[in-house]
Design a binder for this molecule. Sequence first.
Ligand code: UD1
Ligand code: PEP
Length: 422
Amino acid sequence: MDKLQVRAAGPLAGEITISGAKNAALPILMAAILAEDEMRIGNVPALRDVNTTIALLRQLGATVSDLNDSALTINPATIDNYVAPYDLVKTMRASIMALGPLVAKYGEADVSLPGGCAIGARPVNLHIQGLQAMGAEVVVEEGYVKARVDGRLKGATILMDVVSVTGTENLMMAAALADGITVIENAAREPEVVDLANCLNAMGAKITGAGTDTVRIEGVERLSGIHYDVMPDRIEAGTYLVAAAATRGKVICRKAAPETMEPVLLKLEEAGAVIERGDDWISLDMEGRRAKPVSIKTAPHPAFPTDMQAQFCTLNALADGTGHVTETIFENRFMHVPELQRMGAQMELEGNTCIITGKDGLQGAQVMATDLRASACLVIAGLVAEGTTVVDRIYHLDRGYEHIEHKLAALGADVVRIKAER
Ligand SMILES: CC(=O)N[C@H]1[C@@H](OP(=O)(O)OP(=O)(O)OC[C@H]2O[C@@H](n3ccc(=O)[nH]c3=O)[C@H](O)[C@@H]2O)O[C@H](CO)[C@@H](O)[C@@H]1O
Ligand SMILES: C=C(OP(=O)(O)O)C(=O)O
């Protein structure tokens, strides 16, 4: 398994270009299943999860080009298999988003249950209940969610008990081809839900309310293949901004979407960063200062995103004072805490809150992360720690950060990928 070796090299400085959003690209690639003809999708990040989705679509029989210059084509007309097997699904939870499109278009889908993962149990009951409300017969058998419908799904009113991002996306995709009107109440309001809705509408869907907690979908009989560019990745941009803040640096993120990042940008300002925003760029300047501690509480959009929680733990671990970080979305998303403690961070867990008292420095260590954003927070810690930090199992990072070592190097970081012996 590849590792990342990180050594402190002073404040990050310079410019980087933000990639397309993983969490928008994955549902949009799945939405291609719903089209009648070829889709061309641009601003797709070169990530392990994208490769897994390409493999999954090919497994279904779709004709998918390789990713070239951040774009690919998907022709779903050749799909002749409706099974998403465990081998692919186990590496990527977003595979569950094949379920809605397959059953809506072909009346049949067998998608392996993704299983538990490092950050929490992450059940898919809301995806299943929503499809049942639309008339699908759904059973869970031998580790697979098996959904069937005779003819088209039927529009329904669905109240989501818990706000679920991929749940909302899965049901929105299914409803796009259903017969009649579907209303999703307590829908996720994340910008990636809006990006998917924009893509579906460009394909001919009739969706209103995306970005609010009530999404209305009037089903149509067919959707067309179109050209669509994925929105910028707000979590990638946020991660580099925190990295710059932690090193007391000054960076500009180009091709970003600042309007999707307010909760993160406000917390960075509270930490002492000078932030400027343009239409598609964000700059951060710490003016050489040490960060002030910030308290955060994760919650569904438009509140503070759970996918930025770990990175802010590192920032607080270096801050001048004490900050409280509360995680309300996932029950087990503090796996980075013991690893940061091994680097000298002063952190204490009390239930779902981590109390962090910053220190003016950390020590490099061999660390290992069990999920994507935990890995990112350890890399950020390595950028300021004394000595060498080696982050193991960086296949997690490769799921969600395009060319992370090159982007960090462009900002002056000393980061080297150590290739596993094969
Ligand atoms: C590919 C993708 O977009 N991933 C994002 C998505 O994950 P994902 O869509 O899987 O996360 P959800 O929004 O569904 O999860 C939110 C909460 O709802 C619970 N839940 C969810 C579904 C369900 O059927 N039943 C249920 O109880 C989950 O266990 C969790 O506690 O949103 C998360 C929350 O912003 C982000 O951290 C992930 O990066
Ligand atoms: C939790 C994440 O992703 P996923 O839902 O794909 O596991 C993430 O992007 O931080």
